[in-house]
Design a protein around this ligand. Structure first.
Ligand code: TK8
Length: 339
């Protein structure tokens, strides 16, 4: 073989090898644009977590992927954004798992009243096999679940009266999320439960179309519900997760490296968001008191009555999400509680 031919062969081999290496990122000069929507204000745990996600995507992709944030429900409430993700008109969002039950019924597991006793249990189950299994169900429907964030334990606010006993729920017009378990839970407690998207809630409270709502302390604070709500009752009736999701249509068009950037950034944002939520949540009650809210806890007896009442809907939740999934969750919780 002459040296010329050999050199040509080597050059061709190198060229072939280089072209065979798939580009890690889209080679376009324009960065890949990802529209990411969320429901709360920019100045909230959800807004801050979203910002961390966006910054991390920018950093990890060397500026080749750009997350544009749309907060305060500016791309519509949760259900509308989910539809936009399904259709591929929007790339990403973070929102409540509770509003996803129309798409993936297994998400309803998280709506179980008093499912978790504390955030350690929530983290272990959400990030463990049960949480992964439920997240994976989204893919069949056209959504990709990346990570769960913390919305938090939910508490009751209203404008009618301090709720100190079960009977006090009577006749309170209470906004709930668009989710049957929430609807049934509060009907069972005697409230007049009205499903409504979060984006309409502040004005519904302000105009007294509804008397109350339930959300974690952080949201009561960041959404300024204290301006339009007098009473807060510490009920901790359910732990509410958020979930960061991508449109599957969008996801399937990404390179492996791009998917990894989004996943790594999501995991980083999860750690930040949970810590931020817990740090702020620990101070929020005092702040809400400072804003003039009248706060009360339930007596042990009344908390027990509420628990018993709500326990009655567990059977229907189990049937709805699947008895196997329910049993697996209970077994995992029992294991965690033994430790
Ligand atoms: C924000 C909602 C909110 C939820 C609700 O989009 O609707 O009450 O708690 O966090 O997902």
């Amino acid at each position: 073989m002459t040296s010329l031919i050999r050199r040509t062969l080597i050059a061709t081999a190198v060229a072939l090898a280089t072209s065979a290496l798939a580009p890690a990122f889209a080679q376009d000069i324009k960065p890949r644009l990802i529209r990411f929507g969320y429901g709360l204000n920019e100045q909230s745990n959800q807004g801050r977590g979203s910002k961390v996600f966006a910054d991390e995507v920018d950093r990890l992709s060397g500026g080749k992927m750009k997350v544009r944030l749309f907060g305060a429900g500016s791309l519509g409430p949760d259900v509308q954004m989910q539809q936009a993700l399904l259709g591929g008109a929007q790339e990403m969002m973070v929102g409540s798992t509770a509003t996803l039950v129309g798409i993936t019924k297994e998400m309803g597991l998280w709506d179980t009243p008093f499912l978790f006793n504390n955030t350690q249990e929530a983290d272990a189950v959400l990030d463990g096999p049960v949480g992964e299994k439920i997240k994976a169900k989204l893919e069949e429907k056209g959504l990709v679940g990346l990570v769960y964030w913390e919305n938090g334990f939910r508490n009751l606010t209203n404008n009618k009266r301090a709720v100190t006993k079960l009977e006090d729920f009577d006749g309170i017009k209470l906004r709930v999320m668009q989710n049957t378990v929430f609807l049934d839970s509060f009907k069972t407690l005697g409230a007049n439960a009205i499903p409504m998207p979060f984006s309409e809630l502040f004005s519904a409270l302000e105009t007294k179309a509804v008397d109350g709502q339930e959300n974690p302390y952080n949201t009561i604070l960041s959404s300024k519900f204290y301006e339009v709500q007098k009473y807060l009752t510490v009920t901790n009736h359910v732990y509410s997760p958020w979930i960061v999701m991508a449109s599957k249509k969008f996801w399937d068009g990404l390179s492996a490296a791009e998917k990894k950037v989004l996943m790594d950034a999501a995991v980083k944002s999860r750690a930040f968001e949970r810590k931020d939520t817990r740090d702020e949540g620990a101070k929020a009650l005092a702040e809400l008191k400072g804003k003039g809210m009248q706060i009360n806890e339930l007596s042990v007896a009344e908390a027990g009555r509420m628990r018993d009442k709500l326990g009655a809907i567990n059977t229907s939740i189990a049937a709805n999400v699947g008895q196997d999934l329910w049993n697996e969750t209970q077994a995992e919780l029992a294991k965690l509680r033994k430790k």
